[in-house]
Design a protein around this ligand. Structure first.
Ligand code: F6P
Length: 539
């Protein structure tokens, strides 16, 4: 069964929301809180170690009701069922979408093309576990008999961003191995990483679902050549492993077939850290922590699949985001994590969200006349407060924001934790209430300056307060956003799991590359033609 195809703007709930919006756009959240002492409780979901408060949004119970009806009108429940059961909902590529199966228990049964994929998933997991233990314990050694000290993940996009973000986020849980990431085809990237490495003690993990990606293959080749300056061809087997679906291409590259960790076409690149793409995570924090990450994601999967939509975190967050994107015309959303460990979280989400939902054709192949994918951006708090918060507080744009924080710190310094948390709480309060003219005047501000110190407030936020940053809670958090992506894709009636939009630039780049070597001459617009010649003449 394909995903149901419903134009959201033609549903009864959308019409109700449109009508409701004519008044709701003027809602003042401050008034809503004053009118209802129970508002915060009504719009809070407490689940496991997550406390999700979405009361600081420009919604009423009526808004919420219509948004929930929208989820029903677009048949979200059926769509969730289709995804989890392995139906080929990635229709444009003819594939199932089963990152959820990667974190399902060993007893689960998930059928793809008449075959249960769970045993194969666990076969690879056991291989990851065994390999991780050998490397971490020092039983697996480099070509001169020394244990490994460094691991380099060579990949890009989903084969880089997920593992890089998680390894950074779980630094606290790291073992003695140092993990590096090489992604950009800019030679500076690989060059700077190589400078830090000793070939005798470095393990290279080449991660590419297709094993054809220009950046990854170029970086892998450069590293292989550098490695062979000190080692021999037969030493490659000890130092290079690969994660891919393209086993032939990996073998041709020279990697021993026993060093290949397979993945499957039903794992999308940007949802792949749960597969062997997460090998560098397992190596960095140990297999048990990696397994906890997956366990956390699985718990969120169960919540998403079974929980009533009213109390379903990814569904609620997805619906609220639709409210701003499609009714208030908000273009972007900020994700502000009050944890330095989540430094790369917004960057990671950018691929997940924008590569998935940056689409303008619906599931019938027709152009869309409503807004889809949101722009995502963010930096950790408190640094971001001293960078772009001015615009969120007093700029002209509406920027709904997710605030993510942790009750307990990992470092144990309560003074820092209290200061961090006071900022975390203060910012959403300030965004909600703003500061009135009367308050500014009462502070003794001179009359001429008063207008500049007024804060309009009424800026929407969600607060996602989590007990502690652990592999498990991180797994839940990532899965929460993955499911939010799905919810929004279903509502917008788009295919969230292809990414044809990245192809055109790649194709043209390979044509231009051939021009540099004189193998081809192509037609170009004048601007590109001049730039290309400028490069050829000056390089
Ligand atoms: O950017 C496009 C893309 O296909 C991503 O979806 C993917 O994560 C990335 O390239 C890397 O692809 P591969 O793992 O095949 O090298």
């Amino acid at each position: 069964m394909a995903l149901p195809s419903v134009n959201p703007t033609k549903t009864a709930s959308w019409k109700r929301l449109e009508h409701h919006f004519t008044e709701a756009q003027y809602l003042k959240m401050k008034d809503l809180f004053a009118q209802d002492a129970e508002r915060a409780n009504k719009f809070t979901i407490k689940w496991d170690d997550f406390y999700v408060d979405f009361s600081k949004n420009r919604i009423t119970e009526e808004t919420f009701k219509y948004l929930l009806e929208l989820a029903d009108d677009v048949k979200l429940k059926e769509a969730i069922e289709s995804q989890f059961s392995g139906e080929k909902i990635n229709k444009t590529e003819g594939r199932a979408v089963l990152h959820t199966a990667l974190r399902a228990p060993e007893s689960a049964v998930v059928m793809v093309d008449g075959e249960n994929v769970i045993p194969e998933i666990y076969k690879v997991k056991h291989k990851i576990e065994g390999f991780t233990n050998e490397v971490v314990n020092g039983d697996r050694k480099g070509y001169t008999g020394k244990p490994f000290t460094d691991v380099v993940n060579i990949g890009i996009g989903g084969s880089d961003l997920g593992p890089a973000m998680v390894v950074d986020a779980l630094q606290f849980y790291k073992n003695q191995l140092t993990t590096h990431f090489v992604s950009n085809v800019d030679g500076d990237h690989v060059n700077e990483v190589i400078k830090k490495l000793n070939p005798e003690t470095t393990l290279f993990v080449v991660v590419s679902k297709t094993f054809t990606t220009q950046e990854t293959i170029s970086n892998a080749n450069t590293i292989k050549s550098w490695f062979l300056k000190s080692a021999n061809e037969e030493d490659i087997a000890k130092h290079f492993v690969a994660v891919s679906t393209n086993l032939d291409a990996v073998s041709k590259f020279g990697i021993d077939t026993s060093n290949i960790f397979p993945m499957w076409d039903w794992v999308g690149g940007r949802f792949s850290l749960w597969s062997a793409v997460g090998l560098s995570i397992s190596l960095a924090v140990g297999y048990n922590n990696y397994a906890s990450l997956l366990e956390g994601a699985h718990k969120m999967d169960v919540h998403f699949k079974n929980e009533d939509f009213k109390k379903n975190i990814p569904v609620v967050l997805g619906l609220i985001s639709i409210w701003y994107n499609n009714f208030f015309d908000a273009e972007s959303e900020a994700v502000i994590a009050y944890s330095q460990y989540l430094n790369q979280f917004a960057t990671y989400l950018q691929q997940g969200i924008m590569e998935s939902n940056g689409k303008s054709v619906d599931r019938n192949g027709s152009p869309i006349d409503y807004q889809t994918g949101t722009l995502i951006w963010g930096e950790p708090g408190t640094n971001s407060q001293h960078a772009f918060f001015q615009l969120i507080h007093q700029g002209t744009k509406l920027i709904p924001a997710d605030f993510i924080g942790f009750v307990e710190s990992l470092h144990g310094n309560q003074d820092h934790q209290d200061k961090l948390t006071s900022n975390f709480l203060a910012q959403t309060e300030a965004l909600l209430n703003g500061k009135t003219k009367e308050q500014v005047v009462a502070e003794g501000t001179s009359e001429a300056i008063v207008p500049f110190k007024i804060f309009e407030g009424n800026k929407p936020t969600n607060t996602i307060f989590i007990k502690k940053l652990t592999p498990e809670s991180l797994g839940k958090l990532i899965a929460m956003y993955e499911h939010k992506i799905f919810v929004q894709g279903v509502i917008w009636n788009i295919f969230s799991y292809d990414q044809f939009g990245v192809e055109l630039g790649k194709q043209l780049a390979s044509k231009i590359l051939k021009e540099f070597s004189g193998e081809a001459e192509n037609e170009h617009d004048n601007s590109t033609f001049n730039l290309l010649n400028y490069y050829r003449q000056n390089s």
